[in-house]
Design a binder for this molecule. Structure first.
Ligand code: SAH
Length: 284
């Protein structure tokens, strides 16, 4: 695989040509660039030469020179390799991505593990795909839209190289799932209750279905459908993340927070049929 710098999958050592680097200014504005010899990055604050970064350790500061040629304090940028969260919020998107706070929760709700066989639908921009691939899963994605499928493939290849165990099929998951013996099914689309029967057949016993939904009425409809199928231990929750302002003696929650993103519902495929309480009925 072509991976100049050899660092797409092993982000260590000195910053190398071909790698992505996050530049952060003193206002915490962030820019994602790919290092190329002789190239320069233009911002409102001036110009950063890539050559000043290539061969430097992560965490170095680099100066931008002013385009107007005037004297003045040089703007400085901190240079670091981007985390997966940085990449996700910066990458080109076709569809809305799931944000890192929810991806972290999904990682555990779905218990994603190395080698897990995962079916994901829809794939969108590939943020959830990247999370699963990073956890070592083998991911097959179903995505309705050809342009989104292409975008997701490109985003994944940029992060993990072209050999990542990721295949996207352009198709409608409501019409069925071909795979069988799956470990996990991950759903981020408007009507996941239409996938429950397919997932029931496609998942191995003990497998986990996780769905991400913006509205609680959608979550309730999914729960009703799960209750009619062979799923147990269903739960629905949301993640509230409140950051804090900490500066000297001023220590308090930040004034603003993202109040709502989505609800996460998880359930396990079982052999019998789940009852209302989510435990198994005696008679089945
Ligand atoms: N989880 C993704 C975002 C998914 S957006 C991420 O984190 O990047 C929802 C996607 O579902 C859209 O791309 C949409 O085209 C796709 N979609 C909607 N209905 C679908 C269906 N029935 N089958 C497959 N994909 C579907």
């Amino acid at each position: 695989m072509t991976d100049p710098g050899g660092t797409a999958t092993t982000p260590r050592g000195l910053l190398a040509e071909g790698e992505r680097v996050l530049l952060v200014d003193h206002h915490d504005r962030r820019y994602l660039i790919r290092l190329a010899k002789g190239a320069s990055f233009q911002t409102h604050a001036g110009v950063v030469e890539h050559d000043a970064l290539i061969g430097q350790p992560e965490g170095s500061e680099v100066s931008a020179w002013r385009r107007d040629g005037r004297e003045g304090p040089a703007r400085r940028f901190l240079a670091l390799r981007p985390t997966l969260a940085d990449v996700i919020v910066k990458m080109p998107r076709g569809a809305q991505v799931i944000y890192p706070k929810d991806l972290g929760a999904i990682l555990f709700a779905a218990d994603l593990f190395p080698g897990a066989r995962v079916l994901e639908a829809g794939v969108g921009s590939g943020a959830l795909s990247m999370t699963a691939l990073r956890a070592g899963c083998h991911v097959t994605g179903y995505e309705l839209r050809e342009d989104f499928a292409r975008r997701a493939r490109a985003n994944v290849a940029e992060l993990l190289g072209p050999d990542a165990p990721f295949r996207v099929e352009e198709r409608d998951v409501y019409e069925g799932i071909d795979e069988t013996g799956l470990d996990r099914v991950l759903l981020d689309l408007p009507e996941p209750w239409r996938v429950v029967e397919h997932a029931e057949r496609a998942l191995a016993p003990g497998g986990i279905l996780v769905a991400y939904l913006p509205s609680i009425t959608q979550a309730a409809e999914l729960r009703a459908q799960l209750g009619r199928a062979s799923f147990a231990l269903a739960e629905t929750f949301e993640i509230l993340r409140r950051t804090w302002h900490i500066e000297g003696r001023s220590v308090r929650p930040d004034h603003r927070m993202v109040a709502h993103t989505g609800f996460i519902t998880a359930a396990r495929r079982v052999v019998g049929r789940a009852s209302e309480s989510g435990t198994l009925d005696d008679e089945v």
